[in-house]
Design a protein around this ligand. Sequence first.
Ligand SMILES: [Ca+2]
Ligand SMILES: [Ca+2]
Length: 215
Amino acid sequence: MRKYYYIFWVIIIIFLFNTNSYATSLTNFGFETGDFSGWNVDGCIVGSTGLVVNSYTGQHGTYLAVYGTYFAFLASDATKLQSWISQDFTITQGNTISGSAAFDSNDNWMQFNDSAEIMIFDANGIKIAMPWYMDAATVGVTIGNYNQTPWQSWSWTAPSSGTYTVEFIFRDLGNPNSKVLFDAPQITNVVPEPSTWLLLCFGLMGLVGVKKKFS
Ligand SMILES: [Ca+2]
Ligand SMILES: [Ca+2]
């Protein structure tokens, strides 16, 4: 009977541990508050060029959220042809931040190559990675002029533990007409953190102790 009691608690702890392994240090990572809470929003005039929406219909189809109900929608107006959102996050070496992005190109790319990208900055503000990039020329050549990409996934694996910044940026040249969408940037812990293993071990030792005391 004792043996089963012990196994029961091991299973419970392993379950909790597995749940924790998909935790995220990003706030409002899927934009599910319906706004930009937790995000730094700049260059956008919220309400006209930067929005959190639950659907967007481009020239060739409608997008829905990849995760949950809402996603970020960046556009521009005639006075602000660049907009971006960003957030700091902490991540453990070897873990991955990933998400989805889409681009709706509506400009003559030979003259006005509208573009969007996702950048990762280190704690010193130095750009160290660009896990996703799309522009009107790429859409024009690979899909067709004045066309849109499907949701595309991107990911970046941290070379060392620390605090980084993820930034989604959109540059609209010439007329304000292209659009870019982002959703669900989240951190996946591929390797259990040492502290998690330590907690697990201490938990098991504690349970064995409690069991002995009352047996
Ligand atoms: Ca979402
Ligand atoms: Ca444009």
